[in-house]
Design a protein around this ligand. Structure first.
Ligand SMILES: [Zn+2]
Length: 258
């Protein structure tokens, strides 16, 4: 989503500018780190969960057995291309029905414009045009304006606006069932910068849609909760990284390698 940012030595540049060591982490993983340190109920209470990060895009931070999952290139949790529908706009990956192409703020406002839910007068003409546009390089300030208008209509009880947000909840549920099945998780923690405005409406359908999905395998309860850390959870997680890097036990680092 930052098309001109490729091979930028960000960590080195920040380190040179500040004279300090710098840790760099994927945003969704930073959120998962924040939840392991600061979740309601105390540090370490959550051990097997996915953090649903709802920002400009959608991704999941993963924690298994209390350990944050990073993967071979520190890019674990990029779950936006889990296919959950047989309709919708074509994703950047070339396929139809990717969850990230269906539920991001841009996707929702575009669906609202396509379906006549957001019309001229609801938002500025610029925001309406930006909402309808394809591609990743949209102006998020205008998307944010359109997103606020869509959520405002849902808050006021507009059935068509509510249907858009409820649809997002059901699409998200299908993607999460795949992740829960794969990893046997018992908690889903939701948050991120665009989460709070629509949380009430999405949570009207999300927990039941996960629980009642015929493809759900685990028989234990799946708790669906909101992060209590707030809108800056990724930044809080980034700050926790310093503690995490220094104090979290890493069993793999203790292995004697021949
Ligand atoms: Zn895709």
């Amino acid at each position: 989503m930052m098309p001109h940012w490729r091979h930028v030595p960000l960590r080195r540049a920040l380190s040179e500018a500040t004279g300090l060591p710098v840790l760099l982490e994927k945003d969704v993983t930073a959120c998962a780190v924040a939840e392991t340190w600061l979740s309601e109920g105390g540090a370490g209470r959550r051990t097997d969960f996915a953090f649903v990060y709802y920002g400009t895009g959608y991704g999941t931070g993963l924690v298994l057995g209390g350990d944050v999952v990073r993967g071979a290139s520190a890019n674990a949790g990029d779950s936006g291309h889990v296919m959950v529908a047989d309709h919708g706009h074509r994703c950047t990956c070339g396929r139809i029905g990717c969850v990230g192409e269906l539920i991001t703020p841009h996707a929702l406002v575009r669906e609202a414009v396509d379906g006549g839910v957001l019309v001229a007068g609801d938002v500025s003409d610029d925001a309406l045009a930006e909402a309808a546009r394809r591609g990743d390089d949209v102006d998020m300030r205008r998307i944010d304006e359109a997103f606020g208008a869509l959520v405002g209509k849902a808050d006021a009880g507009d059935a068509a606006a509510l249907a858009v947000l409820h649809g997002a909840g059901r699409h998200l549920a299908r993607a999460l069932v795949t992740i829960v099945n794969l990893l046997d998780l018992d908690e889903i923690v939701c948050g991120g910068p665009f989460w709070a405005p629509l949380s009430r409406h999405v949570l009207e359908v999300l927990p039941a849609a996960v629980r009642d999905d015929p493809a759900l395998i685990p028989k234990h309860p799946i708790r669906v909760v909101e992060s209590s850390i707030g809108i800056d959870v990724a930044a809080v997680g980034a700050a926790c990284l310093v503690l995490d890097q220094t104090f979290s036990p890493r069993p793999s680092a203790l292995l004697i390698r021949a």
